[in-house]
Write a protein that binds this ligand. Structure first.
Ligand SMILES: N[C@@H](CCC(=O)N[C@@H](CS)C(=O)NCC(=O)O)C(=O)O
Length: 236
């Protein structure tokens, strides 16, 4: 029996299948990393929608699992030692799922660190910098008269895209021939920068040909197509 009743989050989002991994998320660039990973690996899971329009992420039940009030978060009933494991931070979730399934991460130690390195590059660079660019280009920051903050994040985003473009110049994926968690972490953010944040023109995305080629291959993957919409948003 998988008893998840000790986790308060299951009171707000009851588990219909307590034997399956529970995902608490919303299809944002950080959220879909874990949905895509779960779709790629085939691990059975149950998605739960965390609604920002209802401040679900600030509820005591959500905070009991992630005190940082951000999606995605997971609760695996079959964690290490057969015990439940709760986890937040998308990079930690990707790494955990890769090691649990033995998929989408190289098995040799050096290759494993290379994957972690590029995962950290996304978590510490691409995610935060593109996120700030989104704020200054599309959201409240777009009304600021002083364009220097926006331009700072445009420049930093271009610099990061260039690093990735050079990396992809002679590789299909970030690690080489093998698609990995480094790709699953990065491409949702590039997709979002061009799409939702409407910043493709600002960063001159057409200049990063290897990035756009790999992004197209990423978006064509059936697991990515499915994962980009999980958990389904509530009708507005
Ligand atoms: N470093 C975190 C960032 C997560 C994050 O920023 N999530 C956003 C959505 S993409 C969020 O939950 N925002 C809600 C809030 O700030 O209240 C991760 O990668 O998991």
């Amino acid at each position: 029996m998988n008893d998840l009743s000790a986790f308060p989050i299951t009171r707000k989002w009851p588990a219909s299948h307590p034997d399956r991994l529970q995902l608490y998320s919303l299809p944002t660039p950080n959220g879909v990393k874990v949905s895509i990973m779960l779709e790629e690996t085939g691990l059975p899971y149950e998605p739960h929608l965390v609604r920002f329009d209802k401040d679900d992420q600030l509820s005591p039940e959500f905070l009991s699992l992630n005190p940082n009030n951000k999606i995605p978060a997971i609760l695996d009933p079959n964690g290490p030692g057969g015990k439940p494991l709760a986890l937040f931070e998308s990079g930690a979730c990707l790494l955990y799922l890769a090691e649990k399934t033995g998929q989408l991460i190289p098995q040799d130690p050096a290759g494993r660190y290379e994957a972690i390195q590029w995962l950290m590059f996304q978590m510490g660079g691409i995610g935060p910098m593109f996120g700030q660019l989104g704020f200054f280009n599309k959201f409240a920051g777009k009304d600021y008269e002083d364009k220097r903050p926006r331009d700072r994040y445009v420049a930093e985003s271009k610099r990061l895209l260039n690093v990735l473009d050079q990396r992809l110049a002679d590789r299909a994926w970030i690690l080489g021939d093998a698609y990995s968690i480094a790709d699953i972490a990065s491409f949702p953010w590039i997709n979002n920068l061009i799409g939702f944040y409407e910043a493709g023109g600002l960063v001159g995305i057409e200049n990063f040909k290897h990035v756009t080629r790999a992004l197209a291959a990423f978006k064509a993957r059936p697991a990515v197509i499915r994962g980009l919409g999980i958990p389904a948003r509530a009708p507005t």
